[in-house]
Design a protein around this ligand. Structure first.
Ligand code: TXD
Length: 311
């Protein structure tokens, strides 16, 4: 019964942080995979994290590679592979490049780590997780997209910043696609069990919802080059940990709906239970008419990006 193995496909900004957090939490040994041109970078990051070990005391081994053989036996795979949008490139160009990458990754994950639990992070998220599932043929419980955890976490962070109360006691849920049409379920947000709607004015809540919707863009604008990486990495680790430790965590994730919330055949952000069985369940609950409309609206956006994959 050796250690668990976590493979990261893509060792860029998020990948590097995933490696560090997974090692520090001793979730298992970590392999960072990237393309041959970036092999030096991931080997370097791995070595740097190995040299942090004496100070932190973890025993996880971290290695870098560009050889898919090294994925063999992975328990969890976290995919951030892709390229960011460059000047002069439209969304469709980006989609076709990242789709090509995702198809290649899916074939190799299926070949070398067919038993793994796969967490997709690459953008456009709703289409990339769909493509991974289609090409790999993995069971739906073993494939999930990370977005809802981050979007809900951002909502929690902003509510804590607004009130000054501990973020630990703030509970929020954001459903739907990972884009501007996401659906914060503000009605159910609480601080220590007290509804936020009793604590924050409707006008301020609306502003906080909007900030949540555009939170990724706010960071992209500040960076000028690149997107958020600390929080996205932590969110995916939370999901991986729930799987590895059979925690039955309830986390909003992009999961394949087959009738839940009236949605069929698409990966979209819904409350899921993550345990040793992967995505063990999608938890349905009653939505108001406004929430239903908002979910339909985000579903249309997801269908549009997924349609572009032609899969
Ligand atoms: O909530 C969410 N899902 C997200 C998604 C939140 C933030 C960022 N999100 C997306 O994650 C972002 O739009 C990107 O598509 C991914 C990864 O973001 P990151 O900031 O880590 O991007 P980098 O630093 O560009 O890293 C991508 C790495 C880079 O090292 C490439 O060399 C590598 O991917 N890459 C590949 N790895 C393996 N295999 C192939 N084919 C490949 N092609 C590129």
């Amino acid at each position: 019964m050796g250690r668990k193995k976590i493979a990261l496909i893509g060792g860029g900004q998020i990948g590097g942080n995933l490696a560090l957090i997974a090692a520090q939490k001793e979730l298992g040994d970590v392999v960072i995979f990237d393309i041959p041109q970036s092999e030096g970078m991931v080997k370097g990051k791995a070595l740097d994290i190995m040299q942090l070990r004496p100070h932190d005391g973890y025993d996880s081994e971290v290695t870098g590679t560009s050889d898919y053989n090294d994925l063999t036996g992975s328990d969890v795979i976290i995919i951030t592979a892709g390229i960011p949008r460059k000047p002069g490139m439209d969304r469709e160009d980006l989609m076709s490049i990242n789709l090509g990458i995702m198809k290649d990754v899916a074939k190799n994950v299926k070949k070398y780590a067919p038993e793994s639990f796969v967490i997709v992070i690459s953008n456009p998220l709703d289409a990339m997780v769909y493509a991974f599932h289609k090409v790999s043929g993995f069971n739906k419980n073993k494939v999930v997209g990370m977005a809802g955890a981050l979007d809900s976490g951002r909502f929690r962070a902003f509510i804590a910043m607004e009130t000054g109360y501990s973020v630990q006691d703030v509970s929020c849920m954001v459903l739907g696609g990972h884009g501007d049409s996401m659906v914060p379920i503000t009605r159910l947000a609480t601080i220590g069990g007290v509804p936020v709607t009793d604590l924050i004015s409707a006008k301020r809540l609306k502003e906080i919802e909007d900030r949540t919707r555009f939170a990724g863009g706010e960071i992209v604008k500040l960076f000028g080059n690149g997107s958020a990486f600390y929080a996205p990495a932590q969110c995916a680790i939370e999901m991986a940990e729930a799987y590895l430790k059979d925690k039955k965590r309830v986390i909003p994730c992009a999961a394949l709906c087959e009738g839940e919330f009236g949605i069929n055949g698409f990966f979209i952000g819904v409350p899921t239970v993550i345990g040793a069985g992967g995505i063990e369940k999608i938890i349905e609950f009653n939505l108001t008419d406004d929430e239903k409309n908002a979910l339909n609206n985000t579903l249309e956006a997801v269908k549009k990006t997924v349609g572009e994959t032609k899969l």
